[in-house]
Design a protein around this ligand. Structure first.
Ligand code: ZN
Length: 266
C-alpha cells in the first residue's frame, strides 16, 4: 500500500528552535508563515550564521511577530570572525527578540575554516554569551573531543547553557552535554533510514533535555524528502520521535514546549 504523504495534525503548539528562514526559497514568506500557523507552529527561531545574514535575521524578527532570532558566526564562516563582528553581535544581541548567540561551534567534517580559527571564534563567542547572559546554539560535527573540552571550560560561567543542535555526534558528547546542563536538538535526520547513531543519542536523552527543530531548508523529514524543508514539517519529526520513544505525541510536545520556553526566554 502506498503511504499517504500528510503532515500529522497535532494540537499542542510547537516551537521551531532552529531554521534558516532567509535561505528558504520554495514559497513566499507570507504563504510559508500561514502554512506554519495551520500546522500549529507557534514560534520560530531563525538562526544567524555569518555577518552577511545578521541584518536579514533582524529584518525577519522586526517584521513578524512570532519570529525570533540569534546572532553568531557558524564554524564554516569562522574565518570572518573579528572584533568588528564581535561588536556587531554584542549590539544586535541587545534586541529583545534575539534570544541566543549562534550558531557557533566546530565542524571538522568539512573544515571550511581552519581548526585553530574555528576554536578561536567558538571560544570568543562563548565568552560573549557569558557576558551577555544568553544561551548558545552549538553546531558540532566530527569534533567530539574539542567540543567536550570547550564546553567543560565554559559551562560553569555560561549560566543560560544552550543546545547542541542537529545532534549527530557520538553518544559520549550527548552524555557530557546533558551532564553539563545542555539540551539536544533533533530534526528530520531521526527519520532517515541510516541514522541509527542519531536515534541512539535520542534514546538516551532525558525528555527534559529534548528540543525539536527542522534546520530548514536542509534535512527534510520522511515522507517529504526531495522537497525544501520548512518549519511546518515539524509535526512529522514530532510524530516520528514520539513513536520511536513510545510516548504519547501530545504529551511529548507539551514537555518539549516547556523545554524550549525555559531555554530561550521569549
Ligand atoms: Zn543551522
Amino acid at each position: 500500500m502506498k503511504k499517504n504523504k500528510v503532515i500529522p495534525r497535532l494540537s499542542t503548539p510547537i516551537i521551531e528552535t532552529h531554521c534558516h528562514l532567509d535561505y528558504l526559497k520554495e514559497l513566499p514568506l507570507d504563504t510559508l508563515l500561514s502554512k506554519c500557523i495551520e500546522n500549529n507552529i507557534e514560534k520560530i527561531i531563525t538562526i544567524a550564521v555569518e555577518p552577511d545574514n545578521f541584518q536579514q535575521v533582524l529584518k525577519l524578527i522586526n517584521e513578524n511577530e512570532f519570529i525570533y532570532g540569534t546572532q553568531g558566526v557558524h564554524p564554516h564562516q569562522a574565518i570572518t570572525y573579528n572584533n568588528n563582528v564581535k561588536d556587531e553581535i554584542i549590539k544586535n544581541s541587545k534586541h529583545k527578540k534575539v534570544l541566543a548567540i549562534g550558531e557557533i561551534g566546530l565542524d571538522y567534517h568539512y573544515n571550511k575554516s581552519p581548526k585553530d580559527k574555528q576554536i578561536e571564534a567558538f571560544e570568543a563567542q562563548l565568552e560573549l554569551a557569558c557576558a551577555e547572559n544568553l544561551p548558545v546554539v552549538i553546531h558540532s560535527r566530527d569534533a567530539e573531543d574539542d567540543t567536550i573540552t570547550i564546553l567543560e571550560k565554559f559551562a560553569p560561567r555560561l549560566l543560560q547553557k544552550g543546545v547542541i543542535h542537529s545532534f549527530t555526534s557520538e553518544i559520549r558528547l550527548a552524555k557530557k552535554a546533558i551532564e553539563l546542563g545542555f539540551y539536544l536538538g533533533f530534526n528530520g535526520i531521526i527519520t532517515f533510514k541510516n541514522a541509527e547513531n542519531v536515534r541512539a543519542a535520542l534514546k538516551i536523552t532525558p525528555l527534559s533535555k529534548l528540543l525539536l527543530e527542522t534546520d530548514s531548508p536542509y534535512l527534510t523529514p520522511v515522507p517529504f524528502r526531495g522537497k525544501e524543508n520548512a518549519p511546518y514539517y515539524l509535526p512529522c519529526v514530532a510524530q516520528y520521535m514520539a513513536d520511536f520513544l513510545n510516548h504519547d505525541c501530545e504529551e511529548l510536545l507539551k514537555q518539549i514546549h516547556q523545554n524550549s520556553m525555559s531555554l530561550f526566554k521569549f
